[in-house]
Design a binder for this molecule. Sequence first.
Ligand code: GLN
Length: 403
Amino acid sequence: MAKKARGTRSFGYRIEDRRVAERVQHFPESVIREMTRVAAKHGAVNLSQGFPDFDPPREIVEAAREALTGPFQQYAITWGAKPLRDAIAAKAKRFTGIDADPEANIVVTCGATEAMMAAMLSVVDPGDEVVIPEPFYENYGPDAIVSGAKARFVRMAWPSWEIDEEALKAAFTPKTKAIVLNTPNNPTGKVFSREELKIVADLVTDRDAVAITDEIYEHILYGGKSHLSIATLGSMADRTITINGLSKTYSVTGWRVGWAIAPKTIADAMKRVHDFLTVGAPHPLQIAGAVALGFPDSYYRGLAAMYERKRDLLWRVLQDVGFEAVRPDGAYYIMADHTPFGFEDDWAFTRHLVERIGVAVVPGSSFFSEPEDGKPYVRFMFSKRDETLQEAATRLRKLEPVR
Ligand code: GLN
């Protein structure tokens, strides 16, 4: 019989089979991905897992179609097809100023997800510590567990999502090997400022640690903000692993093409890890990705403008309906406080929303080390067609407090 391990976290039960390795018992099935299945079961509008319900740009699909009939049917070089690595280096230079040598610094992976796991496995020894600002994207927990890291969480405080500088400093100990940053941030929508990144950079340098930075929402920024990569501050390129991918920028989350840019020695380590984890990402899709990375600036401006409209749409609906919600500066999620509706916790609220109202979201506890801390929140996602968001709005307007 499955037992619940902690709190009200439904999927975090212990798997009662002694053949199952202990490390797996320490993390649950992904709640984000589970919610997509629950949404389908109840015919709910799926505002949980972050993926678009609209088509990717025609040009990237055409490029993939063409690549599928070309000489790309076998493995690419394990750390990435040359045209894609060249395109990654050129695009990184163009948008962030990062200097990357396609031969020395780039590792192409199966999505940013594998890049993060390979990064952790490459720099962390069991017992080392990794600092993770929270709330955090749920994968970072299992990434730390699989690599044997002890995670130290530092709170980004609702509603400004600011990190207390002293708390951040205190989280760094002699055992700290790395910090995992995610900017623009999932689930908060926070965009780290230059000053905040500078504080992190100084700390990482001072403690001889590594910054592992997930920048998958690089182009999804609002209010005319521009993206800043910590790798471009001072000598941080020597100690930063910058992770990105095709998924969010080109609306192809199912392609599983991501990458990391790292100093040569760390990139060499990641190439080894990646080679034995997956050998390589799909070759034809890498070739298509190389085409997409060359899209003109207008494409990226259009993407940000489209998401800004969607953010405003969902934001207004959540305000009207009675949520307390923080308006994001980037990425495509809105964290909202559901407590005005009087439900017991995030799971009770989420269940009511998916079963009775017909809208799926992610319970806030999925993004916190202590599920208790996430109880007041749920995460909404707005990478959806306007019609889908309108349908969600119609349904959400039926939401009423339970007491
Ligand atoms: N990043 C997306 C989310 O947070 C989905 C990631 C995934 O499911 N691989 O919902």
